[in-house]
Ligand binder design. Structure first.
Ligand code: AMP
Length: 283
């Protein structure tokens, strides 16, 4: 496995492979790798000749300095995991490589970021879009892999790729869960066992809500019950929304033609977790 820390040497490596007619897949991550990331990697390995993972904790997408400071970092372990799982190349830039200067441009998504992560983490998607655009430019992959775990992020990136005319095809990979149902996340590393036990109620709540909606319960009632269920189980919900899994518009009639996603963010102690469930399956 090759490890690159600057854009030029990565570019030379990729050009050599492209000259041989090889296809390329990119898996962008912030490290502290888990099975969810590996599920993106294995999909990428199936569809491409050469797979590049990036490992970079992008400061511009954190709206909270403490969260950035405490984000788990384990580069040596991540490189070992990637090598063991057949990744061909890793891009591990530092801040000076990714942000030669502070960007003056801003990327906005209008109504698509007026809710959920965009509403509660101001500036978050500008940072995400900036770093994904930089990675797509540096790698210019045939395909890039993202997780349904960050559904709003995926839909916004899909939109950016369309609006800015990137040639890369995007793939959205279903959420990988622990046996308890808890969605895998690098932030789970910061949970105590007791907090993890509480966190499983996020997915329980989503599954219960889906069942209630499928049996004809009104969204307003399902929403109220969901919020109460989280609170009763020691979690502090930030939002619980039913949105179109295409446009992110709020849905009141969940049996509309559009796929509906139930999306939630909740605090377990100091740790903020997100999860979602798309009625009728994944994207
Ligand atoms: P992160 O390192 O958290 O920025 O995640 C990198 C990529 O992995 C993103 O596209 C995430 O949506 C995806 N991802 C994170 N957790 C999971 C999971 N449990 N299942 C599937 N994909 C995930």
């Amino acid at each position: 496995m090759e490890v690159f820390r600057d854009i030029d040497s990565l570019g030379n490596y990729l050009s050599a492979h492209r000259c041989q007619g090889r296809s390329t897949g990119l898996v962008p991550t912030m490290g502290a790798l888990h099975q969810g990331h590996l599920s993106l990697l294995s999909n990428a390995l199936e569809e491409n000749d050469i797979v590049i993972c990036s490992v970079y904790v992008n400061p511009t997408q954190f709206n909270n300095a403490e969260d950035l400071e405490n984000y788990p970092r384990q580069e040596a372990e991540d490189l070992r995991i990637l090598e063991q799982n057949g990744c061909h190349a890793v891009f591990v830039p530092d801040d000076e490589i990714m942000y030669v200067e502070d960007p003056v441009i801003r990327i906005g998504f209008g109504d698509m970021e007026g809710i959920m992560e965009g509403e509660f983490r101001p500036g978050h998607f500008n940072g995400v879009a900036m770093v994904v655009a930089k990675l797509l430019n540096a790698v210019n992959p045939d395909r890039a892999y993202f997780g349904q775990k960050d559904l709003q992020q995926f839909l916004l990136i899909e939109r950016m790729v369309k609006d800015l005319g990137f040639r890369t095809k995007l793939r959205c990979i279903p959420i990988y869960r622990e046996e308890t149902g808890l969605a895998m996340s690098s932030r789970n590393l910061r949970l105590s066992q007791e907090e993890k036990n509480r966190a499983v109620n996020i997915y329980k709540m989503l599954s219960r809500s889906a069942k209630m909606l499928e049996s004809g319960e009104r969204w307003e009632e399902v929403h109220k019950e969901g919020i109460n269920f989280l609170r009763e189980n020691g979690l502090e919900p930030e939002y619980f929304e039913a949105v179109s899994a295409q446009t992110l518009a709020r849905q009141t009639n969940v049996f509309d033609k559009n796929r509906v996603a139930l999306c939630v963010a909740a605090y377990v102690g100091k740790i903020r977790l997100i999860d979602n469930l798309i009625l009728g399956g994944s994207l």
